[in-house]
Design a protein around this ligand. Structure first.
Ligand SMILES: C[S@@+](CC[C@H](N)C(=O)[O-])C[C@H]1O[C@@H](n2cnc3c(N)ncnc32)[C@H](O)[C@@H]1O
Length: 219
């Protein structure tokens, strides 16, 4: 299984965000400024297809700034699109400007190489109190555990890994940032292969994963 939370290309485009209660220009770092985002997406998604197992799934998060490009490429590269998941953050950062609706969602494409893929329907149902799970996931944004500016909630990754992989499977994240996917993979007794271009974030992820323990309850 692959989970990827690639650069959304939000920085340097004039978007504003809120930091310590003050409006500031959105600047996640150099890694979030990519000249030809569609070409970049094509390269890494093609490589993911090359290494993904025949029954594995790929989960790609994004916002409207990058998500259409990823969707087009999944079709072009002949992936089987399984779901578009909407992640709703009830506690999303408020918008200071009065020019648009406050963004409170992120989107996750779920795709595979063929119609024969692994998906744990029963666990999804169990996690949803015995009722069929829908593609609208309400999961709050969580307090960050590291200095990485776009750390994903552990709860979100736990759900993704529980539905898309089994104990002992190999999970990969080609843009692992602070290592959320790796930490959750270890906690849930999955193997993990992570890639990160920034040396500082790589160290943060490596230390975070090293300090994480497998949860006994699952073994
Ligand atoms: C949106 S963040 C991922 C955050 C991660 N999901 C987490 O929970 O911490 C994307 C990451 O991709 C990394 N990145 C950007 N371009 C990359 C590349 N070409 N190869 C590997 N990593 C890259 C960035 O340095 C950044 O840490």
């Amino acid at each position: 299984m692959i989970f990827a939370d690639p650069p959304y290309n939000l920085s340097g485009a004039g978007f504003m965000t809120v930091k310590n209660g003050k409006p500031v220009a959105c600047n996640k770092g150099k890694w979030d400024v990519i000249e030809d985002i569609h070409a970049f997406n094509r390269t890494w998604i093609s490589e993911c297809k090359r290494v993904l197992s025949d029954t594995g799934t790929i989960w790609i998060s994004g916002t409207l700034h990058n998500h259409p490009s990823v969707g087009v490429l999944l079709k072009e590269l002949n992936f089987w699109i399984i779901n578009d998941i909407i992640w709703f953050k009830r506690n999303a950062t408020p918008l200071l400007s009065k020019t648009r609706l406050a963004p409170s969602t992120e989107l996750i494409w779920l795709a595979s190489k063929s119609k024969n893929y692994y998906f744990d329907y029963d666990t999804a149902k169990e996690l949803n109190g015995g009722k069929q799970m829908k593609n609208l996931w309400e999961i709050p944004a969580e307090r960050h555990l590291t200095e990485h500016p776009t750390e994903k909630p552990v709860t979100l990754l736990e759900r993704v890994l529980l539905l898309g992989s089994k104990i002992g499977d190999t999970v990969s994240d080609p843009v692992m940032g602070s290592g959320t996917t790796g930490a959750v993979a270890k906690k849930l007794a999955r193997n993990f292969v992570g890639i990160e271009i920034d040396d500082n974030y790589f160290e943060i992820a490596k230390n975070r994963i090293a300090k994480t323990h497998i949860e006994n309850i699952l073994l």
